[in-house]
Design a protein around this ligand. Structure first.
Ligand code: PEP
Length: 251
């Protein structure tokens, strides 16, 4: 895989929405460019019944436990039962609204690797951290405290999403150079920590990606796709972004 184009629907969608959304998506199987949809868990069955299998299924969160008295939680085993291949961990909205710390994200990351679900680890700095020149230190800390060497023997078992918090849902995107600089840094950090032997980790960008800015981002050396919130709720727009990745992949 060269590009991962992932939809994070967040808490959006309905049965009706899914039906019309999926009928508008028309893509061919392409092993180089993968499409992923992460709906709310309660709609995974609707995706499973109606979406072609070339679209990967994902979840937006998982529990740190495997079963028991944890009201409202969903375990990795339950996600596997619903054909989930990827799970988003450490999204900034969960860090902010659900007080998820690096330690908690690390447990979720580990559970997901153990369950054979590929975690998409979200990292990214706030505007204040960027202005104070702390971007790289913050991201290094988020990576080093979550991904442990003994969990990983193959870098195709996880994905990193660089999502500057100031660009999420704001309409403000990092410039391609700015984003790529951080992606290069993430790649180097993984390498320095022995978390990739082959420099082959998929690092996607998230933060107000749409079909107008996708091309310049995807052309950058270390940007392997996108995690898309707002623009992924429009099936035509999401497909356009996917098609941009396919075009660049074919160049
Ligand atoms: C996100 O929430 O992961 C995201 C990138 O959202 P948006 O595309 O709306 O900025």
């Amino acid at each position: 895989m060269n590009y991962l184009i992932a939809a994070n629907w967040k808490m959006n969608g309905s049965k009706e929405f899914i039906e019309s959304y999926l009928s508008a998506i028309n893509i061919e199987d392409n092993p180089d460019v993968k499409m992923l949809i992460c709906p709310p868990d309660c709609y995974l069955n609707d995706i499973n019944s109606n979406a072609p299998t070339i679209i990967s299924r994902g979840a937006q969160n998982l529990s740190t436990s495997s079963e028991g008295a944890y009201t409202g939680e969903v375990s990795s085993e339950m996600l596997i039962d619903h054909s989930v291949e990827y799970v988003i961990v450490g999204h900034s909205e969960r860090r902010e609204y659900h007080n998820e710390t690096n330690d908690l994200v690390a447990i979720k990351f580990k559970r997901s690797i153990e369950a054979n679900i590929k975690p998409i680890l979200c990292v990214g700095e706030s505007l204040e951290q960027r202005q104070r020149g702390e971007t790289f230190d913050h991201i290094r800390d988020q990576i080093e405290s979550v991904i442990k060497k003994d969990m990983i023997n193959k870098s195709d078992r996880y994905v990193i999403a660089y999502e500057p918090i100031w660009a999420i849902g704001t309409g403000e995107t990092a410039t391609p150079d700015m984003a790529n600089e951080v992606h290069v840094f993430i790649n180097q950090t993984l390498y320095d920590n022995g978390l990739t032997q082959d420099n082959n980790v998929i690092i996607i960008y998230g933060g107000s990606v749409n079909s107008n800015n996708a091309s310049d981002l995807f052309k950058m050396s270390h940007i392997n796709g996108a995690l898309i919130g707002g623009a992924s709720l429009d099936a035509y727009e999401f497909t356009k972004i996917y098609n941009v990745a396919e075009e660049i992949n074919n160049e």
